[in-house]
Design a protein around this ligand. Structure first.
Ligand SMILES: [Zn+2]
Length: 117
């Protein structure tokens, strides 16, 4: 009984300084982990002095999907990409170029067919 009480008291004393240290870090800024649907973790450091408002979601730095603080329940990826990456533009341009080439080939065949007919 007595030994148990001392153990609890000892735990309290030990945890005290840790709590104070955490509060000290919080005064400067707070690290918030955001987890996206692809299980990436994005850690953003927010300055508490700048307002203390921490957004609920943050765009994943690795894949751009919205990431939330709950690792087990990340935000659903949007069906429409909110913004296009440089790669998307490159892909789109390449598709356009291929489409134009195919169209050009089709027109060329038509002209040839008409020419021979
Ligand atoms: Zn991600």
């Amino acid at each position: 009984m007595v030994t148990g009480g001392q153990a609890i008291r000892g735990t309290r004393v030990g945890s005290g300084p840790v709590g104070e240290a955490e509060r000290g870090v919080d005064a400067e800024g707070v690290d918030v982990d955001y987890h996206c649907h692809n299980r990436h973790t994005t850690t953003i450091r927010f300055s508490v002095e700048a307002g203390g408002e921490v957004p609920e979601t943050w765009d994943c730095v690795r894949c751009g999907l919205p990431a939330g603080e709950d690792a087990d329940n990340p935000p659903e990826p949007p069906s429409i990409t909110p913004y296009k990456t440089h790669l998307d533009y490159v892909k789109e341009r390449r598709d356009d170029a291929q489409g134009e080439t195919l169209l050009e080939e089709a027109l060329q065949k038509l002209r040839e067919q008409r020419g021979t007919a």
